[in-house]
Ligand binder design. Structure first.
Ligand code: KG4
Ligand code: ZN
Length: 345
């Protein structure tokens, strides 16, 4: 406790960001330190799991110290430890989770494990003071693409998900085809600004029209085929037009399905989250569609879109308030089932 407030220390190490955050009463962020490994993995064109684990290990104590200093928190003021327990890279997850467990055991404080996907959604609670469930959520990141119905802080069900690549993964793959480095999403978005989204028609994959599932694995091949056929015909390829046309094709499907789900679920709210939600074109398209629906659209600021520990601490707080605790033998789960068993973490 600090000044009568509940203090959470949270850890997020599911992929290539080592992050530690301190929160007060669940939604107020006192510090949210993120040590990104992006420059390290850029040389390999993507995240190398073993290298990610090693760097989490090197960084975790430094990032923890910095988070405590910035929040002006002493060890005895911490009330609860939170950590992502999945989905993610198992070796990477274990670093944050083991650190949280060690501190929980040493201080004699409770541990709460968090599903990374719900962490992304909770970034919006931090951003929007008045936001509360129920609502429909669209989670779009490098590892996940899903439409979820959030019935309560700790109760959600998946309405649909990608059957193959996540949308961020599609951005990263197309970026590589276009000659950009990792992570490709922001670079494709930038290139698209100078292009014509109608220049090339890439197939929109809707699968069954009445469902909320996605498929993004084919579009990289579509982009490759287009580039090859243009080159064979001796025509110059406009990177800006390819980027803009690719982006429009994937975003149109995301917007159509998520808005339709939100309208059908009837809560009047659509909540966007995950790394790809930093994309301005996606935000604009969703704003327009939500205005017509009508729906109220929520999304976090860019620093809360990509992986960070504050979103994990916020999720854990609501689990804690409902009396949920994790055991110290809590495992790291590289994948978690759709209908997730909440007793696990
Ligand atoms: O949420 P996140 O940090 O990590 C995962 O949980 O996956 O998301 C990272 C993903 C990467 O694929 C990255 O290319 C994509 O989000 N991304 C973007 C943008 N910023 C990040 N994709 C499109 N446009 C962006 N502005
Ligand atoms: Zn993420």
């Amino acid at each position: 406790m600090k000044d009568g407030k509940h203090i959470t220390m949270a850890f997020e190490t599911s992929c290539d960001e080592t992050s530690v955050a301190i929160l007060q009463d669940g939604r107020q962020v006192l510090s949210n330190i993120i040590a990104s490994q992006i420059p390290i993995h850029q040389a390999f064109g993507g995240v190398v799991p073993e290298i990610a684990s090693r760097h989490h290990l090197e960084n975790i104590n430094l990032v923890t110290d910095q988070a405590m200093r910035e929040a002006c928190i002493a060890w005895d003021e911490i009330d609860m430890l939170a950590a992502t327990c999945g989905p993610g890279l198992v070796g990477a997850l274990l670093i944050g989770l083991s650190t949280a467990k060690t501190i929980a055991y040493t201080l004699g404080k409770p541990l709460v494990g968090v599903d990374h996907r719900m962490g992304h959604v909770a970034a919006n609670y931090i951003q929007h003071e008045g936001l509360c469930p129920p609502f429909t959520g669209l989670i779009v990141s490098g590892g996940h693409t899903a439409i979820v119905q959030v019935e309560d802080y700790n109760k959600w069900k998946q309405l649909g998900q990608t059957r193959d690549d996540a949308v961020g993964e599609a951005y990263d793959k197309v970026a590589r085809v276009l000659g950009f480095g990792y992570p490709g999403g922001p670079q494709v978005e930038k290139a698209a600004l100078g292009g014509d989204p109608k220049a090339i028609h890439f197939k929109r994959v809707y699968l069954e029209r009445d469902q909320y599932d996605f498929s993004f694995s084919g579009i990289k091949t579509g982009v490759l085929n287009y580039i090859n056929s243009e080159k064979q015909a001796g025509r110059e390829v406009s990177v800006a037009d390819v980027a803009a046309s690719f982006q429009e094709a994937v975003l149109e499907v995301l917007v159509e399905k998520s808005v339709r789900a939100a309208v059908n679920m009837g809560t009047g709210k659509l909540v966007l989250s995950g790394g790809v939600s930093a994309n301005k074109r996606l935000r604009t398209m969703l704003k327009d569609a939500c205005h017509k629906a009508p729906l109220t659209l929520y999304y976090p600021t860019s620093d809360l879109c990509t992986d960070n520990a504050a979103m994990i601490g916020c999720t854990a707080y609501y689990k804690y308030m409902e009396g949920k605790r994790s055991e110290l033998d809590l495992d790291a789960y590289p994948s978690l089932p759709t209908e997730y068993d909440y007793t696990k973490c």
